[in-house]
Structure formats: structure tokens, C-alpha cells
Write a protein of this length. Structure first.
Length: 382
């Protein structure tokens, strides 16, 4: 049976990603000075203005506004003709975390020796063997395209490109096997110049090097800047808000999402830390060759350390009973928030890169390193 699946990605100059990066830039700045900082930072951006909001409880003194300007400069919004720059008007209304929330996080309802979850909710983790990164193919290719767009812009190879950009890749499957690329969409913000030159340059320097010719054929549909013009972009063209690219941040829609965004949240918020832990477990299960793909779901109650539930789905690809895999995970992994934070070193200032590059499939993230102890125990099930 033939079927199609599409994923998208955006560059770090996309308005929503600008906001994610400012939020995670502030989080990193706080964690660098106080590893116990509690942070829930939200950002909105519009033409000429940025608004920073949220809750912070920390011993660190951080200049939020200057941190935001630094992030905007690093993204590349430094020219007045872009309509949005690091000289934008920036307002900040940060206040302290609610003491009602804090007391439940400081000491959990069910375990006085451990912190409680920073919120209720469910989180998902996923892995599959479609790519070396153990990530879905469409999502991986879309992300590589936007990474390449940024690379050719920042290196000066295509110096007329501006920071905003998007990609989209549609993969055709024969059953569960990726067969070919059905469609590619790349939209890149640019200076005011000839459209045909832009299209040729992006085809030659972005699409062809990333996708290669193995998966493309004569019937692959390619759309480069299909509106014909993309001069105005970023927050000058669209209001940006944190947490609006949660599918881009995770698995490109190939797996479920619990609804909680990541950026601007310290790791006591299980929206972030538990999603990282579940990705690690799912990746380890696939790496152990117990399944071709694996999705996990965990649920928490605010102020309670131990998860309420853990669910596994291998979509019929497991080599042993799913319950055996689940039991092995439960026997060898501690999913209390404190233990997740300790195991992956999540109190370090490591988060700005995730807002730029995506949260999964990047090898130098600590949660992307396979758990060798769990891997050994899982392999015993074969």
C-alpha cells in the first residue's frame, strides 16, 4: 500500500523560533548563574517589538532585555531593512513563581525525599530506524534543509539570504518502507533580487546536497519560494510566540505530542525533561533491535514525583512482547523528575541550541546518548 507523509521545519529566523530562542537564552543565562532557577518564560515578537513574560524564581541577576538583544543579533536580524532588529523595543514583565506551585515541586506529595513534577500532563518519546539518528525520514530531511539554508546564509555562500525560512518534505512509502520523495518545498527570505537566481542557487546549494538523487526522481515536485517573493519575513511579517512550533521541535508529526512546549522551561517542568527521558528510552529500545519503531507515553500529576502511567506502542514491530520491554524499562529507569534531571545533567545551560536545531536527533544532546545499562538489559530479552 502506498502512502505519503509530510513534515516541515523552520530556520532560526522564523518568528516563532526567534521567541523560542529568546526564552531559552534567558533560561540558559539564569541556569549559568543559579542551577536551581525555576523558569517559565514566554516571549512574543512583532514588527519592532518583543515582549518577555512569565515566572522566574532565581538567585541569579540577569539582564533579560540585553539577553534578548544578543539572541536577536546572533540570529542575524541586524539590518534596518529587515523591519525587525536587535534595536527593537523590548518590554519585560517577569514575576516570581506561584508559591502554591513551588511547594509541590520542592517536596513531592508521594515522596518527601524527591521533588514533585512541575505540572500535570502526558509526554511522549519516539524513535524509529528510518535514519541514522533513529528519527522519522521526512522530519530529518526537512530539518537538514533548514540547517543548510542557515549554513549557506551565515557562511556568505548565498549572502543575499535573510534569516527567515521554511522547508517541507513529503515522503512516499510502500507499506512501511520509504520509497521516494514526492515533494520538497523550500521558502527562503531574501534581498530584493531575481527570483530565478534564488531558485537555481537553492536547488544547487541546498536541496541537491541535502537530499541527493537517490530519493528524488523525475516526478518529485519541487517548490522554491512558490509565492514568488519573500523579502519581508521574521517578526516584521508575522507575530511570533513561544511554543508554537512543538511539532517542528519534536518528530515532525510522525509521533504523538502531549501538547506542552519546551522552550523557556527549566527541567522541573516535565513537559521538557520527561519528553527528553522518553526519547532516550525509545531510542535505546530501537538501538537494542527490540523494535523497528517505538513510542512511549508517560503521565504525571503536579507535585507528585512518580509517574502515574507508562505506555508503550511498537506498532507491531517488536521482536518480543511489549509488556516484557515495558517491565524492563520500569525495572531499570527512574522517571522521577529529580532522577531525570540528575541522569541527563539538565540543570546546565544547554537549551538555546535546542531552540535553534530541534530537540531530538542531535547526537551531542545528553538525552540522545543511548543508556548503556538499559541497552544491555534490553538485549537480554532477545
Amino acid at each position: 500500500m502506498e502512502r505519503f507523509f509530510t513534515s516541515e521545519s523552520v530556520t532560526k529566523g522564523h518568528p516563532d523560533k526567534v521567541c523560542d530562542q529568546i526564552a531559552d537564552g534567558i533560561l540558559d543565562a539564569l541556569l549559568e548563574k543559579d542551577a536551581s532557577s525555576r523558569v517559565a518564560c514566554e516571549v512574543a515578537a512583532e514588527p519592532g517589538a518583543v515582549h518577555i513574560m512569565g515566572e522566574v524564581t532565581s538567585k541569579a541577576a540577569v539582564d533579560y532585555i540585553e539577553t534578548a538583544r544578543k539572541v536577536i543579533r546572533e540570529i542575524g536580524y541586524t539590518k534596518e531593512e529587515y523591519g525587525f532588529t536587535d534595536k527593537a523595543s523590548i518590554t519585560c514583565s517577569i514575576h516570581s513563581q506561584s508559591p502554591d506551585i513551588s511547594q509541590g515541586v520542592d517536596r513531592s506529595y508521594d515522596d518527601s525525599s524527591s521533588s514533585g513534577a512541575g505540572d500535570q500532563g502526558m509526554m511522549f518519546g519516539y524513535a524509529c530506524n528510518e535514519t541514522e539518528e533513529l528519527m522519522p525520514l521526512a522530519h530529518t530531511l526537512a530539518r537538514r534543509l533548514t540547517a543548510r539554508l542557515t549554513e549557506v546564509r551565515e557562511s556568505g555562500m548565498l549572502d543575499y539570504l535573510r534569516p527567515d525560512g521554511k522547508s517541507q518534505v513529503t515522503v512516499e512509502y510502500d507499506g512501511k518502507k520509504a520509497k521516494r520523495i514526492e515533494a520538497i518545498v523550500v521558502s527562503a527570505q531574501h534581498d530584493d533580487l531575481d527570483l530565478e537566481k534564488i531558485r537555481k542557487d537553492i536547488m544547487d546549494n541546498v536541496i541537491t546536497p541535502v537530499i541527493g538523487k537517490k530519493l528524488m526522481d523525475a516526478d518529485t515536485k519541487i517548490f522554491i519560494n512558490p509565492t514568488g517573493r519573500f523579502v519581508l519575513g521574521g517578526p516584521a511579517a508575522d507575530t511570533g510566540v513561544t511554543g508554537r512550533k512543538i511539532i517542528v521541535d519534536t518528530y515532525g508529526g510522525y509521533a504523538h505530542h502531549g501538547g506542552g512546549a519546551f522552550s523557556g522551561k527549566d527541567p522541573s517542568k516535565v513537559d521538557r525533561s520527561a519528553a527528553y527521558a522518553l526519547r532516550n528510552i525509545a531510542k535505546t529500545i530501537v538501538k537494542a533491535k527490540l523494535a523497528d519503531e517505538c513510542e512511549l507515553q508517560v503521565a504525571y500529576a503536579i507535585g507528585v514525583a512518580k509517574p502515574l502511567s507508562l505506555y508503550i506502542n511498537t506498532f507491531g514491530s517488536s521482536k518480543v512482547e511489549e509488556q516484557m520491554i515495558l517491565n524492563c524499562v520500569l525495572d531499570n529507569v527512574d522517571l522521577r523528575p529529580d532522577e531525570i534531571i540528575r541522569h541527563f545533567g539538565l540543570k546546565a545551560p544547554i537549551y538555546l541550541k535546542t531552540a535553534r536545531c530541534g530537540h531530538f536527533g542531535i547526537e551531542d544532546y545528553p538525552w540522545e546518548k543511548v543508556d548503556e545499562n538499559l541497552l544491555k538489559e534490553l538485549k537480554k530479552l532477545l
